[in-house]
Design a protein around this ligand. Structure first.
Ligand code: MN
Length: 172
């Protein structure tokens, strides 16, 4: 009886190890990827973090995950954008406007000539067409927003100069 229990135990153990083995390996790979991509904090977002956004248009580390591409029938595209601490977009305009919905963390938003605004999880920012502005993280906190960017045949963004360290600090 004891021997039989041991056998069953070993079989169960083997099955468990096989399961953990597969899962474990996958987890290990995912952890490796996470470590490579998050840099500062563990990723706990609603949506995948996505891919690195082009360095030409951003300062620091920014991630973009498209939620909906603009199609023939739509006048907008939707993306989840994550800014690591200190990261921000260049100055830019949207020919047809943009709505930002902050879904995690705390960040910054500024329109040309205005003070830098702190923006928090749960806030919505409506940016009118052709208003020069930038958005990003604070120096110490990560921020994720959904960006709903209108596109009425004029493209959806016109990129301008980077936000300098000076501009990033001034006016807060
Ligand atoms: Mn914008």
């Amino acid at each position: 009886m004891k021997a039989r229990k041991t056998t069953i135990g070993l079989i169960l153990c083997g099955a468990l190890l096989t399961a953990i083995g597969c899962g474990g390996q996958r987890t290990a790979n995912m952890e490796t990827t996470k470590m490579e991509t998050t840099q500062t904090e563990k990723w706990n977002g609603i949506f995948p973090k996505g891919d690195r956004a082009p360095a030409d248009w951003f300062t620091g580390t920014v991630w973009l995950h498209m939620l909906a591409q603009k199609t023939g029938g739509d006048e907008y595209g939707i993306g989840s954008v994550t800014f690591e601490p200190g990261a921000r977009s260049n100055w830019h305009t949207h020919p047809a406007g943009q709505t930002l919905v902050v879904i995690d963390g705390q960040g910054l938003y500024q329109e040309r000539g205005q003070k830098i605004r702190t923006i928090n999880k749960g806030e919505t920012i409506v940016c009118d067409p052709n208003i020069e502005h930038w958005h990003g993280a604070t120096p110490n906190t990560r921020m994720t927003h959904i960006a709903i960017t209108n596109d009425k045949g004029a493209g959806n963004v016109t990129w301008l100069k980077p936000v300098t360290d000076e501009e990033y600090k001034v006016g807060r």
